[in-house]
Design a protein around this ligand. Structure first.
Ligand code: AMP
Ligand code: ZN
Length: 151
């Protein structure tokens, strides 16, 4: 538990919130500033800052809880789809530094849904840049794997 952390305060019950579910490892509650009707957050009870810091066990538990809750949300809210979103780093829109997955029900009915895509689907990227970046990443991952196998 991090005393400075808003979401640790939610898990501890010292910050008012609307609880949705909890298990041994995870906690889910409604987002105070929802992008759509039913927008909620799933977090690990144990504090970790972001995607890079969270343990594999907590990440797996949060993801499975998000899947379970997303299925119910679609049924209960009669939603037309779901977005799962994680922001890692301030420049990637993270504002609360306790790992969380957004579960955002989506609706054809736009009176229930205020989300818009921040990029234009269907606009092709620069094929050379895509190839260069993909190869660079693949090479780095291959190198990482062989280092792990050597040690
Ligand atoms: P992110 O920008 O990905 O870090 O998301 C943080 C989310 O936490 C935002 O969607 C906020 O609306 C939400 N949030 C901030 N404070 C609270 C709170 N006290 N209760 C519920 N949700 C909150
Ligand atoms: Zn925390």
């Amino acid at each position: 538990m991090n005393n400075q952390c808003l979401f640790c305060g939610i898990v501890a019950g010292s910050v008012p919130h609307v609880k949705v579910a909890e298990d041994e490892t995870t906690y889910a509650f409604m987002d105070i500033n929802p992008g759509s009707n039913g927008h909620l957050l799933v977090i690990p009870k144990r504090h970790s800052k972001d995607l890079f810091e969270i343990s594999p066990e907590d990440l797996a538990a949060v993801t499975l809880a998000a899947q379970r809750i997303a299925k119910s949300a679609v049924e209960v809210f009669e939603a037309d789809g779901i977005n799962l979103l994680n922001c890692c780093g301030a420049d990637a829109w993270q504002t609360v530094f306790h790992f969380h997955l957004h579960v955002i029900p989506r609706y054809i009915d736009k009176t229930k849904d205020r989300l818009v895509l921040p990029w234009q689907p269907g606009t092709l990227g620069d094929p050379d840049l895509i190839e260069t970046l993909g190869s660079k990443l693949a090479t780095s991952l291959d190198r990482q794997l062989s280092t792990t196998m050597e040690s």
